[in-house]
Design a binder for this molecule. Structure first.
Ligand code: CTP
Length: 452
């Protein structure tokens, strides 16, 4: 059973998560709904938060998570009532025995039960619990009552349970829950949100007044006027970062190498071909009087080698060719050095510096690269993993930090990676601004000699 995509495009779904160990699976379920095109907001019971953090779901759903049945939203609306009015289906997964009991008896002690009581949209319930608990007549009576309400029950499966025992209580395979939701919504015409749409919150302009520099695409190093050495980078990741920063109010400079996608309108684009040209563009932004940006994201795939000498005429095919290559200078390490010198001289605030690392097989070398390059953050991915390589629209990255443990993100669209990356950058930018000590600090020390 596989999830197709696009069956829930534009549909607004509330995902209710209750306090079962299977709550961790709700993250994947949320992603599956999003893959189908749904806009998902999350409601949780307080006990669900013992198993999974609301921040994870808030970040992935891009909506505030409603945990407190008494809390008001930022816009003054009551969370569970606005969920009841705004969504087209409510999916409760996993649903505990306790929750089934509350719902069967209309005891609205949590946001999910309250939203279900207040709504007339289809409700899909996927129970998960110990096998004995599920088989108990009390639970079965509650399930029967929910069926009378017209709710769809996605029966739990037989298999190993958290207790170590085997029984019927495992949360249904996630694609079954998605299929049940698709079915529940089939024939139900898309409804206008009764209240403002879930996605129509104020656009974030949290990068207003900041200058973000992004390098993107590959550099190409000429062999002669016809041929060059290049790499497979398409620039999609870097361009997604530039777009996201622009949408969030930043002034954006994009130093753009060889790419397959158009840069967004509204960013300042500096086109470059070679590593030397990219180096010149970066030097112009890191003058001795201090860096001209708040954030540098080096997403470009700089060619590591270039021909020792490029011919100024086309080399004939004749008897073959022997290429002698030099390593290119490390542009990022040099930019970090120049930033450090600039802030030492000027006392300018320290920008946030971010590198990328495309690795093959594992990201084990990334922690060392973070240190060697002298950046605050290094975003590493394994380009041999399906969906995570050059030219794809998705990426699975691990972010390495100088000030924290590495963070592994799930497979996301490149735009989503860009959004989460900028969130993390913003936290560091803000703390740099609110903590004068941090502002005076130098950039982390690069141990790699900058080559010029
Ligand atoms: N980078 C750079 N200049 C280079 C090579 C890489 O500025 N000549 C930057 C990239 O833009 C990226 C980071 O350094 O942000 C890491 O690039 P990567 O190719 O992973 O590392 P390298 O330093 O080239 O190391 P290796 O070839 O050993 O993987």
């Amino acid at each position: 059973m596989t999830v197709q995509s696009g069956r829930l495009v534009g549909r607004r779904i509330a995902l209710g998560i209750t306090g079962s160990i299977a709550a961790y699976k709700a993250v994947e379920l949320l992603r599956l709904f999003q893959t189908e095109g749904a806009d998902v907001r999350v409601l949780m019971t307080p006990s669900a938060t013992a198993f999974i953090g609301p921040l994870t779901l808030e970040t992935l759903s891009r909506h505030p998570v409603d945990v407190d049945v008494l809390a008001l939203q930022a816009d003054g609306r009551i969370g569970h009532i606005s969920a009841a009015n705004d969504v087209e289906a409510i999916v409760v997964a996993p649903a505990t025995a306790h929750w089934l009991g509350s719902m069967a008896h209309g005891v609205a002690g949590d946001s999910i039960t309250a939203a279900c009581l207040a709504t007339s949209v289809p409700v899909v319930v996927a129970p998960a619990m110990d096998g004995g608990m599920y088989a108990h007549p009390a639970t079965q009576a509650n399930v029967a009552r929910l069926l009378e309400f017209g709710y769809r029950i996605v029966e739990p499966e037989l298999g190993p349970l958290a207790s170590g025992m085997v029984g019927r209580g495992r949360l249904a395979a996630l694609p079954r829950i998605v299929d049940a939701t698709v079915e529940a919504l089939s024939g139900v015409a898309p409804a206008q949100a009764a209240a403002p749409a879930l996605t129509s919150g104020p656009t974030r302009v949290d990068f207003a007044g900041r200058h973000v520099v992004v390098t993107a695409g590959g550099t190409i190093e000429p062999i002669d006027p016809v041929r060059f050495i290049g790499n497979r980078s398409t620039g999609k990741m870097g361009i997604a970062i530039a777009e996201e920063a622009l949408d969030r109010g930043a002034a954006v400079t994009l130093i753009l190498g060889n790419v397959n996608v158009d840069p967004p309108a509204g960013v300042h684009v500096a086109r470059v071909e070679t590593a030397a040209e990219m180096q010149a563009a970066l030097r112009a932004l890191t003058p001795p009087e201090g860096p001209a940006f708040d954030v540098l994201v080096m997403a470009a795939a700089v060619a590591d080698f270039r021909p020792k000498a490029a011919s100024d005429h086309k080399i004939g095919r004749g008897s073959g060719m022997k290429l002698e290559l030099d390593a290119t200078p490390d542009l990022l390490a040099e930019a970090v050095e120049r930033v450090r010198a600039g802030i030492r001289a000027s006392g300018a605030p320290r920008p946030i510096l971010v590198g990328f690392a495309a690795e093959t097989g594992s990201t084990d070398r990334a922690a060392e690269k973070l240190r060697a390059k002298g950046v605050d953050m290094l975003v590493a991915n394994d380009v041999t993993e399906p969906g995570s390589g050059f030219g794809t629209d998705t990426n699975r990255v691990t972010i390495f930090y100088t000030d924290g443990a590495p963070e592994q993100l799930p497979m996301l669209s490149k735009r989503e990676v860009a959004e989460l990356l900028l969130d993390r950058i913003l936290i560091r930018l803000d703390s740099r601004e609110t903590d004068p000590g941090a502002a005076a600090e130098e950039a982390p020390t690069a141990t790699t000699e900058a080559t010029t």
